[in-house]
Write a protein that binds this ligand. Sequence first.
Ligand code: ADP
Ligand code: UDP
Length: 237
Amino acid sequence: MEKKEQLYEGKAKKVFATSDPALVIVSYKDDATAFDGLKKGTIAGKGVVNNRMTNMMMRLLEKSGVPTHFVEELSDRETVVKKVSIVPLEVIVRNVSAGSFAKRYGVEEGIPFDEPTVEFSYKNDDLHDPLLNDSHALALHLATKEEIALIKSYALRVNEVLEGYFLSLGVRLIDFKLEFGRLQDGTIVLADEISPDTCRFWDAATGEKLDKDRFRRDLGGVEEAYREIFKRVTEKD
Ligand code: ADP
Ligand code: UDP
């Protein structure tokens, strides 16, 4: 698969065209940002971990009935995926209070929920990704009613599959962010990444954070945390 011109450079990944207009190549960088891009840094080896871990998760989810953009891993950092037009919603699923949920609603982190929650943010950097509900998403024509229902059901299925999978590695899946996209024919598929950048992982025995919160909160041991979660998923593979 030939890599052609760069279509986009984001904070964590680059996207390249290929000879096939339906496919793109995603290239994962070590660059890390947090707090709306205010905090910047590098996490050595992150691109490799996020690329390979995302692909493992996408394969597992495909087997579990969630259609994804995944096509083929090219190398440590590069993967061929189906080109989609991204639905501009960040879909966040939570099992335990943490991060912006804890802050917004004035509760401690670490409170397990009876049922997982699903929420949407409007994926719009200029507006700082504001929280929005289904009717706002409809009013803004971000997605149709049917798409919203499908996206929510896929997101909950992803949670079911990944929560059990990570528990088997001794890891609690606290929360995560998904992005979905539309193929040429309108089919909704899971896109973007599933990695320690986009999930919160807490060691089930010690509560140790094994995700990007180590970078966001200056907890130290950032590279080690990425390596540790990667070691657990690859040893299981
Ligand atoms: P950001 O844009 O937030 O800085 P990244 O650095 O991760 O994020 O850039 C990757 C971009 O590629 C994101 O905007 C993401 O929505 C988009 N993307 C993810 N999967 C696909 C895909 N299959 N087709 C097209 N774009 C995609
Ligand atoms: N998340 C993400 N990208 C974002 C916002 C959130 O990947 O732009 C992930 C984040 O890593 C966490 C979950 O979504 O696993 C919930 O994040 P939260 O809303 O608590 O926001 P944060 O505390 O990261 O600001």
